[in-house]
Write a protein that binds this ligand. Structure first.
Ligand code: GLV
Ligand code: MN
Ligand code: MN
Length: 418
């Protein structure tokens, strides 16, 4: 019954392409920002596929989608998942791969008529990206009890709408109350989104953990004044403060070295006119490090720069934390299990930390969690050019299937790689 169980890579690639048509950008890439009309269409497609595969589908109050294939016993499920929201200029793979590979695991078991000992739940978590609403990984954070569901629903996004209003509008405020989940283990297949696997010629990344994330929004207030008449010494220029801080963030990351990275990804000036000194600047600072002490040090140094540049220019500042998550180390046994299955299937592997945030880091709070990475061509992600070749997609799904089969209670010796 369980011999020669193998996933169908072409079927998975076909679903990735189909989902990629939802919110497709004119040239290439995808925009399915969380809780937009495009997100609704993607969710509807996913839920349809889940139902076609016989999964029982439930939605919770933050809009997380769970499709469950029953097990022979009513045990806590193996959960496989990720997200289907994207950044504004995203690709086909970030998040979608982890969810659709979960469907592929289920369909492979269905086709073979194999029952697993425990249930398998495929999850798509709300607003993993955090581009429109902060914090990122909101759905999975709520799911594990790390954020109050009503607080999350009250979050106001970059366009002034609340999570609750958007969930209601797209029809994804579900009935399932947020409750502490009982999960046997969590697995997430994801594209690496960086250059390491491709550069080293390895197929499967064995993810040991996720680096810490610190997101802060700064609002600087100065005085709008005439660009031609205001002497340089008399200016309170919010734009200059933002520009100086942006440069400082780059220098802090460079000077600290190691794993420290720093990014200013959002900067908005007001009134944003050629001949008016900006009286207001809003900007974000994204700091990440695998080491919590180093991340805290980076935050302190940036805060010192903020104090210095605002004082220099006589500009006021308000700081707001948008997200702050400590580094996460994944369950050592489960990580070793993933590595062993990847090697048994004959793939080249490499252990590495994740530079990006992922739902798995939230699930790690309540159950053993692990991730499988596959190479990103050119290391690109959060970019419309994001691409992972079909062979690597298939390899990652094969590893996911083998680990899932073992965890859910199927003999993995019958599992082959492609
Ligand atoms: C989420 O994708 C993040 O790491 O920014
Ligand atoms: Mn992702
Ligand atoms: Mn992403």
């Amino acid at each position: 019954m369980t011999s020669n169980l193998r996933i169908d890579g072409r079927r998975l690639v076909g679903r990735l392409a189909r989902l990629g048509q939802v919110g497709a950008l004119p040239d290439r890439g995808v925009c399915r920002l969380a809780l937009t009309e495009e997100d609704r269409q993607g969710r509807d497609l996913l839920v349809g596929w889940m139902k076609d595969l016989g999964l029982s589908v439930v939605i919770d109050r933050i809009g997380n989608i769970f499709g469950t294939r029953a097990g022979a016993n009513a045990l806590p499920p193996l959960m496989i998942g990720s997200h289907i929201d994207t950044v504004r200029t995203g690709g086909l793979y970030d998040g979608a791969l982890g969810v659709l590979a979960g469907l592929e695991v289920v369909e492979t078991l269905n086709d073979a008529g194999v029952a697993t000992e425990r249930p398998i739940t495929v999850a798509a978590f709300t607003n993993e990206e955090g581009s429109r609403f902060q914090p990122d990984m909101m759905g999975s954070l709520v799911h594990v009890g790390g954020m109050d569901v009503e607080g999350a629903r009250a979050t106001v996004g970059i366009d002034g709408e609340t999570v609750a209003d958007c969930l209601d509008r797209i029809g994804y405020t579900g009935d399932l109350p947020a409750q502490p989940p009982e999960i046997h283990a969590f697995l997430e297949l994801h594209v690496e989104q960086g250059p390491v696997l491709e550069t080293e010629g390895r197929t499967i990344g064995i993810v040991e953990g996720v680096q810490g994330i610190s997101w802060t929004e700064y609002t600087f207030e100065g005085t709008a004044a005439h660009a031609g008449t205001t002497p340089m010494a008399m200016r309170r220029d919010a734009g200059v403060v933002a520009a100086r801080l942006a440069v400082a963030v780059r220098e802090v990351a460079n000077e600290m070295g190691g794993a420290q990275v720093g990014t200013v990804g959002l900067l908005a000036l007001e009134p944003n006119l050629v001949n008016v000194i900006p009286d207001r600047a809003v900007m974000t600072v994204d700091l990440r490090n695998t080491d919590e002490a180093e991340l805290s040090r980076a935050e302190r140094i940036v805060a010192e720069h903020v104090a210095a540049v605002t004082e220099d220019e006589g500009v006021t500042v308000a700081a707001r934390t948008l997200a702050r998550f400590e580094p996460v180390v994944f369950d050592a046994d489960l990580v070793a299990n993933v590595e062993a299955e990847a090697m048994r299937l004959g793939f080249t592997t490499r252990r590495l930390p994740s530079g990006a945030g992922h739902d798995a880091q939230m699930l790690a709070r309540v159950c053993p969690a692990a991730m499988i990475f596959v190479p990103s061509v050119g290391g690109l992600s959060h970019n419309v050019e994001e691409y992972t070749n079909d062979e690597d997609v298939t390899a990652g799904a094969a590893v996911l299937f083998a680990v899932s089969a073992r965890l859910a209670g199927v003999d993995p010796k019958g599992v082959s790689s492609a």
